[in-house]
Structure formats: C-alpha cells, structure tokens
Design a binder for this molecule. Structure first.
Ligand SMILES: O=c1ccn([C@@H]2O[C@H](COP(=O)(O)OP(=O)(O)O[C@H]3O[C@H](CO)[C@@H](O)[C@H](O)[C@H]3O)[C@@H](O)[C@H]2O)c(=O)[nH]1
Length: 472
C-alpha cells in the first residue's frame, strides 16, 4: 500500500459486504475525504474483484476528483464461487468467524508506520469485530447505520419486543399493534424486520442483528443514513439513549446539487452500470417513464414475475426495468417477445440508479423498498409503488405509504399474489391520476429537504463536521 500523509487524519472505513451497504458507505467515505481525510476503504476480496471488474477506472476517477481514497481487501472465508446473497445468514457467520484476523493484520500493518497510522475506524454497525480491533489499538470507532432511524429504533427495542411476545413471529406471537417504540407510529408485528420473525437456531441473523446493539455504547457515536426532517420524532427519542446523528442522505453531493459531474457515479457497484439507458430516457417524454428495480438481493417467483409483466404490459407505460443477470437467467421465458418489442420497454442488467431517478423522464419508481432505493427516490422527488420483499423493507413501505404519503402499496390475494389487474391499476394511479400527482408533490418537497440537509450549514453536514471535530 502506498504511503499516506501523516498530517491528514486517516479513517479505516468498513461496510457490511453487500451492495446496499457498500454504495452509501462509499459516499460517506467521499464526504470524509472532502473534509481532508485519508481513507482506507476495506472490501472483502470477493467484492473487491467484482468492483474492479465492473469499474476498472474507479481508482483513477477518485484520484481525478482529488479524493485520497485507497482500497484494501480481506477474505471473508467463503469459497470464491459461493453466491453470498443466497444466504445472508451464512455470509454473516463467515464475517464474524473469518474477517477479524485479517482485519487485525491490516490495521497492524497500517499502524506500523507513522505515515499510514489510522486515526479512527468508521464501520458498519454490523461489523462488530471492528469494535474489538478499535479497542485493541486504542482507536475511536464511529458506527454507521445504513438503514432508517426507524429500523435502528426497532433493533434497539427488539429485546423488549421479544419479551413482550411480538417476536420471534410464530403462530403464538401477539397480533396487536406495537405502540411501545418511542417516536415511532404504531407498527404491525408483520412489519418487523424479517430476520426477527424466525427464531430458528440455524438462522445466524437473529444473533448477528442483536449483538451489535448491546455494545453500541463502546462506539464514539452512531451516524445514520437519514436526515433530521425525514425522521425527526424517532431521532429525537433515540437521542435520549444514544449519541445518534442523522448524516444522510449518503448520495453523490453533485447529484443532490443538480450538477452534472463524474462524481455522480456511485463508485462501488458490483455490476457494471449500463449508461446506455440514459440516451433512451432522453428520448422519452417528461415524467412518463416508470423505473422498476428490486435492488441487489430480492427476486420474484416465476408466477409472480409473469403476472407483473402482464400488468405492466396492460398499463402501456414506457418502462425502464433493472433485471439483474442472475434473475434474468432464471425467468427469461417470462418476458414475452410482444412485451420487449413494442419499443416501450428498456431492460437493463444494472442501471445507474441515482442518475436514472434524477432524470426528468422518470415519473415513478416501482421499488422493493430497500432503504437506499427509498432514500434515493425521496431525494430525487420521485413517487413510488411499494413492493417490499424482506428485511427492513416492510417498515420502509409503511413510512413511504402511511407517513410521508409518497407511495402506494400493492394489495395481494389471500394466496399472496399481486394480480395483473392490481399492477395495472396502481401503475395508472401513480402515472396518470391525481393521487400520483399529489404523491409527486410531497416527494418533491422531501427532495428539497434532503438536498438542504447536505448543503452548506445543512443539518447532516453539520452533524458530520461535529463528529470529525470530536475525533480530532
Ligand atoms: O439497477 C440497479 C439497482 C440498484 N442499484 C443501487 O443498489 C443499491 C440497492 O440498495 P437498496 O435499495 O437498499 O436495496 P438492497 O440491495 O436490497 O439492500 C439491502 O440493504 C439495505 C440496507 O441495509 C436494506 O435496506 C435492504 O432491505 C436490503 O435488501 C442502491 O444504492 C441502488 O441505487 C443500482 O445502482 N442499479
């Protein structure tokens, strides 16, 4: 590793090794680099190889932008061919078992020279082993939460929800609304994060999700990828127990400032971005296109996928649809020729999502409600159709639809199927109806608040700067 300037503070930055964490973590790293930090960004070997293959020019771009960000990589202990996203439980167990030793070796190596000695560790709440290493080397750790403040609050209160019988979510569990989370509106037990529903001892996620919260007081503070105006009541309640600071949205600042820049590239994609979809968007009418993505993990059953295609076809909308290669391979037959050949549909393996959402032709977003997608659509002022799948997505749907009122949910049949008629109805409601326009207005209002939060004197920027002062 090249020698690093001794005069600059130096943060070792460690995301959980999944796309929905690496992307926002890279944006946070860029923010720190803009505040004159040197960054060592630590990926797993597996993800490092994928990022380099997807964006061979990434390191050069960062240098061009004058950002002092270097990359390091450590093994996660899983075989090369293993599909990490097929079992987050297996991945999380591997992280706890196999990553501490190589991470310690990396920090030891960095500490061996005054030029490269780190001054702090900035890491995902879930990467708990980084707290042990921070303690061992006497380094302050800033923990970062890459979901909503509401989801953070649920995790904090999970032990009491378990003792009250709301989780694990078995037949015997309570069905009444949860009203005991300070600052949080009443919540159905079904909306709890999915990992807490299953008490199966083989489900490592249960333990993996709870343990970090028992040791959060060891971190200097927690940064959350949200902004004050979005989740004020929850943040206020949380701050009675923790030093929790809203520091988001962790998105390219140039994008939030409506400036065209190379910095608009997300910078840590595991799949190559297809920029060819942008000229296609240029050729579409303003606010006419529905963008569809289910993020980096979720996939629909073949039956559901076929029904969705039929509903979309009936809605006669221009569509930009991100279908990951792993999904497309398994459902290619569900995409009929008539659907693909009408000129109304652009299928892409991996879109430059934040650029897409900020494009003037995009008028709506059918989303699985991952927190990044939620925040990106709000920040770009795009109303949504919510199709949650697992994890925190049901909670995000609730806030999107019931609290911020910027989206609508699909209703499923008793067998859990969203029919083609329901798909067509909601697509038309969002893209053609008065309700869609009202949701769009509210989304654009939140977009202004998101942009204000990260600009000069904005609440999130000030929070980050205050943390950096404490670290100095
Ligand atoms: O074609 C695409 C599709 C996605 N993205 C990006 O990929 C990220 C996806 O993140 P997210 O929307 O949060 O979805 P997941 O990848 O599913 O994220 C996982 O991690 C999140 C943070 O913990 C959770 O909120 C989700 O529920 C969980 O599934 C976002 O930055 C998108 O902009 C692209 O750039 N192009």
């Amino acid at each position: 590793m090249a020698s690093l300037s001794a005069r600059r503070p130096h943060a070792v930055v460690v995301p959980y090794p999944a796309q929905g964490h690496i992307n926002p973590c890279m944006q946070l790293a860029k923010q720190l680099a803009l505040q004159h930090y040197t960054i060592t960004f630590v990926n797993t070997e597996h993800n490092h190889e994928r990022i380099v293959a997807s964006q061979p020019q990434q390191a050069d771009l960062l240098q061009e932008e004058g950002l002092n960000i270097r990359f390091a990589h450590i093994p996660d202990g899983l075989p090369h061919y293993h599909d990490r996203m097929s079992s987050l439980s297996t991945l999380s167990h591997a992280i706890d078992t196999h990553m501490p030793a190589p991470f310690e070796a990396l920090v030891t190596q960095l500490c061996s020279s005054d030029d490269s000695r780190p001054t702090c560790i900035v890491s995902d709440v879930f990467m708990l082993f980084t707290q042990d290493i921070a303690n061992k080397f006497g380094l302050p750790r800033v923990a970062v939460w890459f979901q909503s403040a509401a989801s953070f609050a649920i995790h904090v209160h999970m032990p009491s929800l378990i003792s009250q019988g709301y989780a694990p979510f078995t037949v015997k569990s309570r069905k009444d609304l949860i009203t005991s989370i300070p600052g949080h509106p009443p919540l159905s037990p079904e909306d709890l994060p999915s990992f807490f529903k299953d008490s199966d001892a083989s489900n490592y996620m249960f333990k993996f999700k709870l343990l970090p919260f028992q040791r959060l007081q060891e971190a200097k503070c927690v940064l959350i990828n949200t902004f004050d105006d979005l989740e004020r009541s929850v943040l206020k309640a949380l701050n009675e127990d923790f030093e929790v600071l809203a520091a988001g949205p962790f998105l390219p600042p140039a994008l939030l400032a409506n400036v065209d820049s190379k910095d608009n590239r997300t910078g840590a994609q595991l799949w190559p971005e297809d920029h060819e979809c942008l000229p296609w968007l240029d050729s579409q009418k303003e606010s006419s296109v529905l963008y569809i993505s289910f993020g980096s993990i979720a996939s629909l059953s073949e039956v559901q996928f076929k029904e969705l295609v039929l509903g979309l076809e009936a809605s006669e909308r221009p569509l930009l649809w991100a279908i990951r290669p792993d999904v497309k391979n398994s459902i290619a037959s569900a995409l009929p020729k008539t659907f693909l050949e009408g000129g109304l549909v652009y299928i892409t393996p991996w879109a430059p999502q934040s650029l897409v959402l900020s494009h003037k032709s995009v008028g709506g977003f059918l989303t699985h409600c991952g927190w990044n997608s939620t925040l990106e659509s709000l920040s770009m002022g795009v109303p949504t159709l919510a199709w949650p799948y697992f994890a925190d997505q049901m909670m995000n749907r609730k806030w999107m639809v019931e609290e911020w009122k910027v989206g609508k949910s699909f209703e499923a049949t008793d067998q859990g199927l969203v029919t083609k008629e329901e798909v067509e109805r909601l697509v038309r409601l969002l893209m053609e109806g008065k309700q869609g326009q009202e949701m769009g207005k509210r989304a654009r209002k939140l977009s202004l608040a998101a942009k204000k939060a990260v600009q000069h004197s904005g609440s999130s920027l000030v929070n980050v700067q205050n943390v950096l002062k404490v670290l100095m």
